[in-house]
Write a protein that binds this ligand. Structure first.
Ligand SMILES: Cc1cc2nc3c(=O)[nH]c(=O)nc-3n(C[C@H](O)[C@H](O)[C@H](O)COP(=O)(O)OP(=O)(O)OC[C@H]3O[C@@H](n4cnc5c(N)ncnc54)[C@H](O)[C@@H]3O)c2cc1C
Length: 417
């Protein structure tokens, strides 16, 4: 791939914007990244760090609506919708409800599968080629259960993943679980293990990408907010950012959960809701897990890093509410306690929240924008933005340089909404 020094402006410095800048620079473009806040400081900072091809099934699945309604009645549920009169939210929820059937689950899974597989490979190559210090490890991902009924209920999902996506998990009983992961308590029912997932430390990835991009001449400008485009005929020629107009030949909007606030500039609808999640980062406990793991019964995720340890998760649809809610953080501790010998280790070094850019079909948007042929959108990566960063950047670079995308982009087009 090589381009003749065209200028590209990437709007949004999260993992999606950073990987896009990386791929465009490698393709020969001269790249600038602007972020209204700080590169790498939003949702791509404190997430759980999983690069997880195992997560092929969307959030909208049969039974999800019943569980959501039940959860809405419980004040301390990990899944919460703050009731409010917001037509965009209710439209989103209705579309989500319509997707909760087996046919759509399979369709979303089939679309996500090649993206996930390709992204894992691209991350491996990037981390290796660029010597990125982000605590990359390939130790798999474990789902651990207290209840035998819940453990066995996953048989059905495992059969589906094995048959449709060649993604079988190993089923471990309670004894195997403790033998393979001694940080777990010995009274658990068992678990399911996906051997091929990887993980990294997201803040180190973002710091490493910044250093790498800047060393290659990419300009990264913090505190510069995109406010609209300027056109000349059918082309966009510059972006209004703060008080200046930044000229370029290619524009990529990678603004995560903020994207719907900018949709009028793209002349399309971007139905993305902020799905707020929390994390707690702390030193590694003395008995620290070796394998990253999720406890589906409490919906808490645990990530052991070389340099620390993180509890994360919860999902709250509360609009652009930017307050830190201590009760949500407490859910993370309470959700890890029943599973781990040492579920946490004080002092907490960071309490964090972030807005996942949630689409109702769990698929990202990777497409041209209707506003002009030289404007692209890379947004809506939902619960998998870290995992899908590398492949999204590569696909946008393929579109920009006029190559045939290495994955069919039809499922990720804007016109599906
Ligand atoms: C608790 C939690 C755990 C998670 N765990 C995982 C995981 O293990 N694996 C995984 O794959 N995903 C995970 N995710 C999801 C993942 O973090 C997100 O999908 C991903 O970070 C989204 O990246 P992004 O680049 O699209 O958005 P962001 O990182 O949010 O970046 C968007 C950027 O755009 C900027 N911006 C917005 N508007 C403008 C404007 N007008 N002008 C200029 N800049 C603008 C913002 O300031 C921001 O920096 C998790 C999320 C949460 C909350």
């Amino acid at each position: 791939m090589s381009d003749t020094g065209r200028r590209a402006l990437v709007i949004g410095g999260g993992v999606v914007g950073a990987c896009t800048a990386y791929a465009l620079e490698r393709a020969g473009l001269r790249v600038t990244v602007v972020d209204k806040s700080r590169f790498g400081a939003a949702c791509s900072h404190g997430n759980c760090g999983y690069i997880c091809p195992s997560h092929v099934l969307p959030l909208a699945e049969p039974g999800a609506i019943g569980r959501t309604l039940k959860a809405m009645l419980k004040p301390n549920s990990p899944f919460r919708i703050k009731p409010r009169l917001d037509p965009a939210l209710w439209r989103w929820l209705l579309c989500f409800a319509r997707k909760c059937n087996e046919r759509d689950v399979l369709a979303s899974g089939r679309a996500l599968h090649p993206l996930l597989e390709s992204s894992l490979k691209l991350y491996r190559q990037m981390v290796d080629r660029e010597r990125l210090e982000c605590e990359w490890e390939e130790r798999g991902l474990l789902f651990a259960y207290r209840s035998r009924a819940e453990l066995d209920a996953y048989n059905r999902t495992n059969d589906l993943l094995a048959k449709q996506f060649h993604l079988p998990a190993e089923k471990w009983d309670g004894a195997t679980l403790v033998a393979r992961e001694p940080a777990l308590r010995d009274d658990l029912a068992g678990g399911w293990f996906y051997a091929d997932d990887a993980h990294l430390r997201p803040d180190l990835l973002m710091a490493g990408l910044r250093k790498l991009l800047e060393s290659r001449g990419v300009q990264i400008r913090d505190g510069v907010e995109f406010r609209g485009f300027e056109r000349d005929g059918s082309r966009v020629v510059s972006a209004r950012c703060g008080g200046e107009a930044i000229p370029a030949e290619v524009f990529v909007l990678a603004t995560g959960a903020w994207s719907p606030l900018l949709q009028q500039h793209l002349q399309c609808r971007l139905p993305i809701e902020p799905g707020k999640g929390y994390s707690l980062t702390m030193p590694r406990p003395r008995v620290c897990p070796r394998i990253p793991m999720i406890f589906p019964e409490t919906r808490v995720a645990v990530t052991p890093f070389g340099s620390g340890y993180r509890l994360g998760s919860t999902m709250e649809f509360a609009g652009y509410d930017s307050t830190m809610n201590p009760a949500r953080l407490q859910l993370l501790r309470a959700g890890a306690e029943p599973y781990l010998k040492e579920p946490y280790c004080d002092p907490v070094t960071e309490e964090w929240w972030g807005w996942r850019p949630m689409t109702y079909d769990s698929l990202p948007i990777i497409d041209h924008a209707p506003v002009a042929g030289n404007v692209y959108v890379a947004a809506g990566h939902s619960m998998l933005g870290l995992t899908l960063g590398a492949v999204t950047g590569q696909l946008i670079a393929e579109l920009v340089t006029g190559q045939k995308p290495h994955i069919d982009l039809h499922p990720f087009r804007i016109s599906r909404f």
